[in-house]
Design a protein around this ligand. Structure first.
Ligand code: NPW
Ligand code: ADP
Ligand code: K
Length: 466
């Protein structure tokens, strides 16, 4: 489990540490870490260019330049705002033989010290101009400049980093945006930070939490998942959601709906019925994928919300809740609900997502007293109590029709097994991403292939945990 802290929390912790350590020592430690990473990336090559902004991020870069110069590496620096360049860092850089230049030329590595924790908005034109012409690998100091450190939002020119060296702790940008490989330099900040603002689950956490049958378990004790999905028009969604529930845990899966025949043909082990009213007892419901939004579908959603078991509401269920908020009245207030919108569904339900996806998911989770899993390359899962899990995909192969149906089945099965709804959604998202990666292995895949890779992904997670 990796914690991530927002910049205001980092600053507060830094202030407390700075009060008891010699001035400049934190910056030099940070810069030394940058220099070590730079040497590693240079792999024997010897020319480094620094892009130096107006604040301490630029100071880090200049001090890193100083350490590199002392190792015999040639370092040149562009000062984007010469009058405000970090004075001690610049003096040390010059003393060690560093050259200040107008433009970086013929370098093997670029160190991005344009802006860090105080960065807001895209790169300003002068900085953007330098970044646009880079052709060497980039090491970002603390965070890639132009990417918002608290939200990961990119709204214009930004640095694309191959490696990011950050200090003290991870910040939201490191989980929400592409920072290349992220390396953390210890500054002794940890004891001053308090609980994290966001958490990223490791595969081992997921493996440890994933339910597996014990000695005394049978098909009922592990939780029965109910799937109310699909329609005559969209039977595929039912097949995928039921299948993923079946592959995720060894408990029973019941399917209720108009796609019963198709589901039965594909999954003989699923207990299928044409109507929700005679579905039998379940410990969770997945509702929505391919269900439609007509009156019959509304009745299904109402029945599921009234059932008093945890519900994963996806796709058409979200649209129905957005169009007809009275449907919420059917829900017993103690029933946990996990909503899994993509951006357009989110907008229907709770307004525009905006650049701060974590804030948006938190807002909706509070509003609906539900866990909200906001889909995307970085998936954000927010609980009504403010806890947030983030899960960034390393590839985008999951961006294929039907892959959301697989995700909802995974969540439903974990809810049936009794996992905390936030953890259920977070674990499902992690396994979903891994299944997509394993299935794709470099080539596009349909959602059914992603589904087939779910057992391999769970196996990999459980191996990490053992
Ligand atoms: N605190 C500590 O103990 C330690 C801190 N450390 C380091 O300090 C860094 C934070 O430094 P910081 O607070 O001085 O600001 P920083 O991020 O360098 O920004 C500088 C100025 O840039 C400008 N600017 C803003 N947006 C911009 C944009 N889009 N494009 C271009 N320019 C933009 C804006 O200036 P403005 O022109 O708006 O006045 C802003 O004030 C932190 O990330 C870490 O690297 C480490 O040494 C470890 C110890
Ligand atoms: N660019 C992307 N990178 C990684 N994963 C993505 C990307 N775009 C979408 N996904 C994932 O793919 C799934 C798509 O779900 P959804 O939009 O509901 O599709 P569908 O309704 O067709 O099943 C989600 O889990 C989402 O997080
Ligand atoms: K930077």
């Amino acid at each position: 489990m990796r914690g991530l802290w927002t910049t205001d929390r980092v600053r507060a912790a830094e202030e407390r540490v700075l009060a008891r350590v010699p001035a400049g020592s934190l910056m030099r430690r940070a810069a030394f870490g940058v220099a070590v990473a730079a040497v590693d990336l240079l792999d024997g090559r010897r020319r480094v260019g620094l892009l130096v902004g107006a604040g301490n991020n630029g100071g880090d870069a200049l001090w890193a330049g100083y350490y590199l110069l002392r190792r015999g590496i040639a370092v040149s620096a562009v000062l984007l705002d010469p009058a405000r360049a970090h004075a001690e860092g610049l003096a040390a850089f010059r003393r060690a033989g560093g050259r200040v230049v107008d433009r970086l030329r013929d370098v093997d590595l670029v160190v991005d010290g344009i802006v860090g924790l105080s960065g807001r908005g895209p790169l300003r034109p002068a900085a953007a101009e330098h970044v646009a012409h880079l052709d060497a690998p980039v090491l970002a100091v603390d965070s890639p400049s132009g990417v918002d450190p608290d939200t990961g939002a990119v709204d214009g020119p930004a640095v694309r980093a191959d490696v990011t060296v950050t200090f003290g702790c991870l910040k939201p940008v490191h989980a929400l945006a592409d920072c290349g490989e992220v390396r953390l330099v210890d500054l002794g900040l940890e004891p001053e930070l308090g609980g994290p603002d966001l958490v990223e689950l490791d595969l081992a956490d997921v493996g440890a939490a994933w339910p597996v049958p014990g000695r005394d378990d049978d098909k009922y004790t592990q939780g029965v998942t109910g799937v109310a999905a699909g329609s005559a028009t969209y039977p595929g969604a039912a097949v995928l959601a039921t299948g993923s529930a079946l592959l995720a845990t060894s408990g029973m899966v019941r399917y209720a709906g108009a796609a019963a025949e198709g589901v039965r043909a594909q999954w003989p082990e699923a207990i299928c019925t044409g109507s929700i009213t005679d579905a039998g007892r379940v410990q969770s419901w997945v509702v929505g994928p391919g269900l439609g939004t007509g009156l019959g579908a509304e009745d299904v959603l109402r029945t599921v919300l009234e059932a008093g078991v945890p519900v994963c509401a996806d796709a058409d269920a979200i649209t129905m809740l957005a169009n007809n908020p009275d449907l919420w009245d059917a829900r017993d207030p103690d029933t946990p609900v996990v909503l899994t919108p993509h951006d357009r569904e989110f907008e229907r339900l709770a307004g525009e997502v905006g650049p701060d996806r974590v804030a948006a998911a938190r807002r909706a989770a509070g509003k609906f007293d539900a866990v909200v899993l906001l889909k995307g390359h970085a998936t954000v899962v927010a609980a009504p109590d403010g806890r947030v899990l983030v899960n960034r995909a390393r590839t985008s192969w999951a961006a294929t029709a039907g892959s959301g149906d697989v995700l909802s089945g995974l969540i439903g099965s974990l809810l049936a097994a009794g996992l905390d709804p936030l953890l259920a959604a977070g674990c499902a998202a992690r396994v979903h991403v891994l299944a997509a990666e394993l299935a794709a292995d470099g080539a596009p895949i349909p959602a059914s292939a992603l589904l087939s890779a779910v057992p391999d992904a769970i196996r990999a997670a459980r191996r990490e945990a053992s």
